[in-house]
Structure formats: structure tokens, C-alpha cells
Design a protein around this ligand. Sequence first.
Ligand code: HEC
Ligand code: HEC
Length: 213
Amino acid sequence: MMLNSLRKPAGFIRRYLGIAGICSLYHPLAVLADGMFTDMAAPYESCGYCHEYDGNPSMEKYPKLGGQKQAYIIKQLQDYRDGKRDGKGMMDTASTLLSDQDIQTVAEFFSRQKPGVTAAEPSAGNFPQARELWEHGSKERMIVACTLCHTAADPEIPYLSGQHAEYLAEQLRAFKQKARTNDVATIMQFLAERLSDQEIVQLSQFIATGAQQ
Ligand code: HEC
Ligand code: HEC
């Protein structure tokens, strides 16, 4: 008896409110769950394994991204994804997992982080030739001063100051050897092939200390 009278209203509710009930209950829940999922697994979370969550890894082979220009980050991620820049088995995978929207999101996220703190080393002063190239370039050797572009506001020219020395040197060697060719108008390839291996090492160490600013 009691069961019957209970079942009836229960059946009634299920039958008449069922469809609408499921929609109105499940829909907001689905939205909430979706929102929670997006927050918990933001596309930049996975980058932290290598680039740290604030974009400032201590390991030299992983470039710092904290405070880097948004448009530059976007271009690099697109270049890795399109196979225009060698991702070394890391960035090719990481970039193909990103949608166009994710690329905007991660680039915005890392550009908002603070640039990594760099302890200016006194040894930077030991590279007067590096400072000369950085500030003035060399007319005879057709080397344009690095500052002309790298301290300029152009959104697709990266900040270099304070970047890891090992990473910088690796990129300059890659431009020199034409292993990295995603630079617009081959400007970095043109410049890097004019630098000796020793100049590459010294320029990279000089730039990494942040002492040139
Ligand atoms: C497994 C390690 C790893 C993961 C995960 C990873 N990266 Fe990288 N990333 C690297 C390495 C190594 C390089 C340098 C590769 C090269 O020489 O071009 C790099 C380079 C980059 C660069 C180029 C920086 C510059 O100054 O030109 C950007 C931008 C970047 N990563 C963004 C990301 C983002 C965003 C994610 C997450 C979606 C991510 N990375 C995930 C290892 C990783
Ligand atoms: C005419 C402008 C210009 C000048 C001058 C210039 N650069 Fe660049 N550089 C660029 C641009 C643009 C890029 C980004 C290329 C790309 O889109 O991948 C770049 C990229 C780089 C990178 C790679 C950075 C990274 O995060 O991966 C390094 C290292 C670099 N330049 C070093 C130098 C040094 C050292 C000098 C001086 C000898 C110099 N550049 C002079 C325009 C310039």
C-alpha cells in the first residue's frame, strides 16, 4: 500500500518532470563540470613539466617564457605545430596538442608571468667584444647591432635579456647551421653565420646575465 502510493507520485514525477528535469538538472551540472575541468586542466598546465608553472625553468635547455612577448610565443607555437621549427621531440608533440584557442591562452598566460630573476654576473664585463656586438654590431662584417631589434617594441622579436645562456647559444648555432630557419627574411641566419663559435658563446653568456640593460 504504502509502496504503491509512493511509486505513483514517483512515477508521475518521473514521467512528467523526467525529461525537463534531466535537462534542467544535468545541463547546469554539465556546464559546471566542464568549467571545472577546463580550470583544472588549463592548456598551460602541461607546459610546467619543462618550462615551470611560472615560465621560468632552472634547467638551461628549457627556455624561459615568463614575460616573453605574446605574439612571439604564438608565432613559435604555430611554427612548431606546422613543422617550421624543430621541436626536438618535445615541442613538436606539445604544440600539436594545442588548438588555435589554446595557443592564444598559453601565450597570454606566459606573457603575463614575471621574467625570471637573473643574477647579473660580474663575468659579463669580461666580454667586451660581446658588448660591442650587442650594442653596435660591426659595419665591416655586416652585423647589425642586436639591440636594434631585440630591445625594440616589435611584438614578434623576442626579449633575450636573462634567457639561459645554453639555450641562446644553441639557437644561434642552429641559425648559423640553418637547422633553425623560421626567422622572417632569414635575418637571424644571415647574422649568425657572421658570428664565430666563440662569439656565440660569449654573446650568449653576456645576454644571459641581463647586465646589458
Ligand atoms: C617535454 C618538455 C617540454 C614541454 C612539455 C613543453 N616544452 Fe616548450 N620547449 C621545450 C624545449 C626543449 C624547447 C626548445 C626547443 C628548441 O630548441 O627549439 C621549448 C621551446 C618552447 C618555446 C620557444 C621559446 C623561444 O624563446 O623561442 C615556446 C614558446 C614553448 N616552448 C612553449 C611551450 C608551451 C606553451 C608548452 C605547453 C603547451 C610547452 N612549451 C611544453 C620543452 C618543452
Ligand atoms: C633585424 C632584426 C634583428 C637583429 C639585428 C637581431 N635579431 Fe635576433 N631575432 C630577430 C627575430 C625577428 C627573431 C625571431 C625569429 C623567429 O621568428 O623565430 C630573433 C631571434 C633570435 C634568437 C632566438 C631567441 C629565442 O628565444 O629562441 C636569438 C638567440 C637571437 N635572435 C640573437 C640575436 C643576436 C645575438 C643578435 C646580434 C648579433 C641579434 N639576434 C640581432 C631579429 C633580429
